[in-house]
Design a protein around this ligand. Structure first.
Ligand code: DGY
Length: 348
């Protein structure tokens, strides 16, 4: 699909993206925009090299693509100087290789913060109240009347939510769980989240002033402290060498037997095979996963586990957010090509 065929700058988008604002932005700024219409979901390095061709100023790519040496050298040979991931995470991008070949890299933070936090909150609630199991039961025609024991789950109010990685998304999730469900908070982050601390303190004072039980909160000095104490744990770190298999067999063993674990960050943060064993051995332990170690696959056994809720990497999938991500990605590429300041450069 080609827009503005006579445009001066050739920009390639490896996928069609939601909305039209991003297309208009590029076309209005003299870009010839080519959107790949290949049906295959995940493009290989070879596919993308052929899309880049001999002349390409910038590319908007996806988190499923392997943006390393080969792609950045191909883009640089084609005269390209700009690449934007349509994602906030950029573990699929070798930023050093991009720097080596003089290609600026952008990502799309901010617009997906609340949407992603809302999915983590949805998974937390769905796991606590066993919504997916109950839905399957109902559709399976198994409901033959109200029973005192039927799908009894946890009350979140008064329980402790644990957040690992209190950046933008982790902090937004913590606020939702504290304010929305009056959960106590324990969090761990390598950096101090003063915004989160200010919020929880002020919210505690508000509850007290209104004669309600105040929530408690604490910044943990280690991740294991969160794992031991929290009833619901949500993972929000970036994926890098230090967070690969951050949640492994040993750490799973430190969590409460009835804890709920949520992951909307990146799959490899959890050792998924160890998680499947843990779910098998601890039927009251529940997990809500949006991401998987080797997407699009799940480790054997996971799909059969009743105590797991699994969704296909949809944390940022709201219309407003996806259109915003597409717009930011286009602005990133345009910013470099036209020498405007880059909006969202992960090097910063
Ligand atoms: C991201 O942006 O990194 C998400 O995983 C997809 O929205």
């Amino acid at each position: 699909e080609v827009y503005n065929p006579n445009g001066k700058y050739r920009v390639v988008s490896t996928k069609s993206m939601p909305g039209t604002r991003w297309i208009k932005l590029l076309v209005d700024q003299d870009c010839r925009l080519e959107i790949c219409t290949e049906k295959k979901t995940i493009l290989s390095v070879e596919d993308i090299i052929s899309l880049i061709g001999n002349n390409c100023d910038g590319v908007i790519g996806q988190l499923t693509e392997d943006w390393g040496e080969r792609l950045f050298s191909a883009l640089s040979r084609a005269g390209g100087t700009a690449f934007s991931n349509m994602a906030v995470g950029y573990n699929n991008v070798d930023v050093d290789a991009a720097n080596k070949y003089g290609v600026a890299v952008g990502n799309t933070p901010g617009v997906l913060t609340e949407t992603t936090a809302e999915l983590a909150a949805s998974l937390s609630l769905a796991a606590a109240r066993r919504i997916v199991e109950a839905d399957e039961f109902m559709r399976g025609g198994l409901y033959d009347g109200w029973l005192p024991h039927l799908f009894v789950g946890n009350l979140l109010k008064g329980q402790t939510v644990g957040v690992i990685g209190a950046g933008r998304i982790g902090s937004a999730y913590a606020r939702m769980m504290v304010e929305g469900f009056k959960m106590n908070l324990i969090y761990f982050d390598l950096y101090q989240s003063t915004r989160l601390e200010k919020f929880v303190t002020a919210y505690g004072q508000f509850l007290k002033a209104n004669g309600e039980q105040p929530v408690t909160w604490r910044r943990a000095s280690s991740m294991d402290e969160v794992l031991r104490e929290a009833d619901v744990i949500s993972l929000h770190p970036v994926l890098d060498k230090t967070t690969y298999h951050l949640v492994n067999k040993e750490r799973l063993g430190k969590m409460k037997k009835e804890a709920i674990l949520i992951n909307c960050s990146r799959g490899p943060v959890i050792d998924e095979a160890a998680l499947v064993d843990h779910l098998r051995q601890n039927p009251m332990f529940r997990v809500g996963l949006d991401v998987f170690e080797e997407e699009p696959y799940m480790k054997p056994g996971l799909a059969e586990m009743k105590n797991a809720i699994v969704v296909p990497h949809i944390a940022s999938a709201s219309k407003w957010t996806r259109e915003g991500m597409a717009t930011l990605a286009a602005l990133n590429v345009l910013g470099k090509i036209k020498n405007y300041p880059i909006w969202a450069d992960p090097n910063r």
